[in-house]
Design a protein around this ligand. Structure first.
Ligand SMILES: [Zn+2]
Length: 342
């Protein structure tokens, strides 16, 4: 499998560029729009600029030529860093104007918009993967289809089915200005954390949290996680819809355990669950090499769909000398607040 991916890397590149050039506004899924997609940003440039140096941040890229399992660090301008073909110019501007501002408050409405955009990006990524899967076959000498490729396709399709359900619900709730189903936990720091990320995840598909049930019915129990640099400090959050409490329970437990080391935990959590993670360049340069190797290792497990042990603390003490103030907690989840106060 590994070798095949390596040899297919040039082919991937051409399929991906074909797919991206033909992307329509993601609302074309609901026949709402037929305009071409522009570069949407899962984290707006305004916010990302707060941890940039000369307009750039550090992110990981997958080195497909040097072997599929190598990540390397690269500078990226804030305008391209979190870009994906999501919405047309009009929808991108109209829907997200409220959150593409330097100040970001944790409210059901603002986190609902972050949630919606993170789902759009994840839909785009999964649809692109399906386009890639459909573009090639791996067969053995008896022309039998490769089982691991079939499993990957199946997993991606299940993810798309649930994500689409969630995305549709969020779309209609946003249209009717209804955020009553939104549940969240957010931490507002009085300073900037030296990293940022945002991503949509459904934790029921991660065997470190739940036994994975491949044949369960579709459900809208996905979530989004993020750390967004904003005026006055970073905002870390987890957001989900009412009803997803069971799926979210192991995540809530991790937050409660990490209570006294939240900056460290938010970094680890981002490396574990978001491929869309960015670092402040000066801080990143100051991190010791063996620590950076740990970052890469945790991120690589995420990229290759292997699973890190949620009980490990590989980044323990990393922010010991930073003197971060205790963040303010915002939450409208009674089940979380009960666990937190214990
Ligand atoms: Zn549109």
């Amino acid at each position: 499998m590994t070798r095949d991916l390596h040899f297919l890397s040039d082919h991937y590149r051409s399929v991906i560029s074909g797919f991206e050039n033909n992307s329509k506004c993601v609302l074309s899924l609901f026949d709402e729009c037929d305009q071409a997609a522009i570069n949407s940003h899962s984290i707006s440039a305004t916010n990302l600029r707060k941890i940039a140096v000369n307009g750039s941040v550090i992110r990981y890229r997958l080195d497909t030529r040097g072997g599929p399992d190598k990540l390397f660090e690269r500078q990226a301008g804030v305008r391209v860093a979190s870009a994906f073909k999501g919405f047309c110019a009009k929808h991108d501007r109209d829907i997200f104007a409220e959150i593409d501002t330097p100040t970001l408050e944790a409210t059901p409405r603002t986190l609902q918009l972050y949630f919606f955009r993170a789902c759009a990006q994840e839909l785009f990524k999964k649809a692109r993967n399906i386009a890639i899967f459909n573009s090639y076959d791996i067969v053995d000498d008896k022309f039998r289809k490769d089982k691991s490729k079939e499993a990957m396709e199946f997993g991606t399709l299940l993810g798309i089915r649930d994500l689409y359900l969630l995305f549709s619900k969020l779309r209609s709730e946003i249209q009717s200005s209804n955020s009553s189903s939104i549940r969240f936990v957010a931490f507002k720091f009085s300073n900037l954390l030296p990293f940022a990320y945002v991503g949509a995840s459904n934790f029921k598909f991660f065997p470190q949290y739940h036994p994975v049930e491949l044949f369960a019915d579709g459900a809208d129990d996905g979530s989004a996680i993020g750390v967004i640099p904003s005026a006055g400090g970073s905002l870390g959050f987890v957001v989900w819809r009412k009803g997803a409490e069971q799926t979210m329970a192991p995540i809530m437990r991790r937050f409660v355990i990490a209570k006294i080391a939240l900056p460290e935990f938010l970094l680890q959590f981002g490396l574990e669950h978001s491929e869309n993670i960015f670092f402040q360049p000066d801080w990143f340069a100051s991190v010791q090499k063996d620590r950076k190797d740990v970052f890469r290792k945790v991120q690589l497990l995420n990229v290759t769909n292997e699973y890190s042990d949620p009980n490990h603390r590989p980044l323990k003490d990393i922010f010991r000398d930073e003197g971060f103030q205790k963040p303010k907690l915002f939450s409208n989840s009674t089940s979380f607040m009960m666990k937190w106060r214990k």
